[in-house]
Design a protein around this ligand. Structure first.
Ligand code: ACO
Length: 432
């Protein structure tokens, strides 16, 4: 749907110069001033730290409206996908922007559950890293190392890119599970290609060679839901990183490895682990929920209400809404109770009626409740963000593939406003 009322140009005056800039309109009516001619016409650049007002690309993959709390992959509402779809189907949807037909679904499911082994030599990489090292660092290293095994990877033919995309989707669960097994000193469990995508992850995480392991279907289903909700979120920090690295011509493994590193930060995907640490500190009596909330409002305290706030959502994150309901359901099905859920609900209650959070439009984001579910599934907290990375993999891949085909794509190279010293003459050390 296009907005017929949208202006086709915008006028900008700077000093005695006036220029007319085209206005792009997206299919959902979003407007963007195309400033590509700005610098050559006026000598000025734009200043937008954090790029909150900058559209860095055109994309057909994911639509999100932060004011209304809408998220759609390829036009399909996240609520419908969460209820009716599967993670494997969502992978295809993101990459092709269409749902697969039955034949495509079958063949794609085969590919992403078949190419799951990693090269035996790559296992030595895990062994060479400290057991206490964070699994996100291990996964970033192992994914980056895939390009040493698949040396044809790069901005290549569509066919080669597709093969590498399948490799990443099929092998990331194995890499993730090996990072965990290495950290606890258990033997690696080879993937089982007869299991579903989610069930195989659980098998590789929790089975041992000593005894049979049955995947609990409730846990596999809940995991599949989490992966769907994490699958893409348009130009977030890690996805922009993947596109930026890819813009230099770097291969898909190197680009995605950088995305994993970006996701790790506590202001991004690492927030799910930080949320659990925060809730546990309240549970363990470090401070009460109310005291914590007072601290979170003080700028100089260095404390934030983790899992709250979002650059784009100025409304309830639709993924958090789904996860909040799923928390009750999954805990109920598993016969568990978790005091952390009550603490999270109390924090949310305080926030939603506190003017500080209301005025700044701070609502729960995807990470606020996801950690409680991961915990209920038995996933250790330092693996939460790794699971987020498994989920985000099809998003990174589809965005990387799209950027490689974009005729407007150029190497990412922003400008700066220099505020340093003006020209001065060098003085030898003795004269300084
Ligand atoms: N707790 C307390 N205050 C907050 C929080 C929070 N969680 N989030 C934002 N604020 C305040 C800021 O201090 C700022 O206040 P001010 O206007 O008085 O200066 C205002 O709200 C706007 O916040 P910004 O930091 O400018 O918002 P920005 O868009 O840059 O940051 C971010 C978004 C990083 C997500 C931020 O809300 C945050 O740090 N949240 C906690 C971490 C988190 O949950 N991250 C996960 C995000 S979802 C994801 O990446 C998967």
């Amino acid at each position: 749907m296009t907005d017929s009322a949208a202006p086709s140009t915008a006028k900008l005056t700077i000093g005695d110069k006036e220029i007319e800039l085209p206005v792009l309109v997206g299919t959902e009516g979003e407007q963007a001033i195309d400033i590509r001619a700005l610098r050559s016409a006026t000598g000025a650049v734009t200043f937008d730290p954090g790029l909150g007002n900058t559209g860095s690309c055109e994309s057909k993959i994911t639509f999100l409206n932060g004011e209304k709390g809408i998220l759609r992959y390829g036009g399909y509402p996240i609520e419908q996908l969460a209820e009716h779809s599967s993670f494997v189907e969502v992978m295809w949807l993101l990459i092709h922007q269409e749902l697969p037909n039955a034949e495509q679904h079958e063949s794609f499911t085969h590919h992403v559950t078949y190419h799951s082994m990693i090269h035996e030599d790559l296992k030595r990489l895990f062994a060479s890293l400290p057991k206490a090292g964070h699994p996100m660092a291990v996964c970033a290293a192992a994914v980056g190392a895939l390009s040493t095994y698949y040396q044809k990877a790069g901005p290549q033919t569509a066919e080669q890119n597709w093969i590498d995309a399948i490799r990443l989707l099929a092998k990331i669960p194995t890499i993730a599970a090996y990072s965990y097994k290495h950290s606890i000193g258990q033997p690696f469990m080879y993937p089982r290609n007869d299991l579903s995508y989610a069930a195989n992850i659980l098998h590789m995480m929790f089975a041992t060679p000593c005894e049979p392991y049955e995947v609990n279907p409730v846990i596999a289903k809940a995991l599949d839901l989490l992966l769907i909700l994490h699958a893409d979120h348009e130009q977030n920090c890690s996805t922009s990183t993947v596109r930026t690295v890819g813009s230099s011509g770097a291969n898909i493994f190197a680009s995605v490895s950088a995305g994993i590193s970006a996701l790790w930060g506590p202001l991004h995907g690492g927030a799910n682990e930080a949320v659990i640490n925060m809730l546990e500190s309240i549970r363990d009596g470090e401070r009460s929920a109310k005291e914590f909330m007072e601290l979170a409002k003080q700028k100089d305290s260095g404390v934030r209400l983790m899992g709250f706030g979002h650059r784009v959502y100025k409304n309830y994150d639709p993924r958090a809404k789904i996860l909040k309901n799923a928390c009750d359901e999954v805990l109920g099905q598993l016969g568990q109770t978790d005091p952390l859920l009550e603490i999270a609900q109390e924090l949310e209650q305080i926030a939603l009626s506190d003017s500080y959070f209301i005025e700044r439009k701070l609502y729960p984001n995807v990470d606020f409740y996801s950690g409680i579910i991961y915990k209920a599934l038995g996933i250790p907290s330092d693996m939460f963000t790794v699971f987020f990375a498994i989920g985000r993999m099809p998003g990174w891949i589809s965005q990387w593939l799209e950027s490689q085909q974009d005729p407007d794509a150029r190497i990412t190279r922003p400008r700066q406003i220099y505020q340093g010293s003006n020209e001065r003459d060098y003085k030898p050390c003795t004269e300084r």
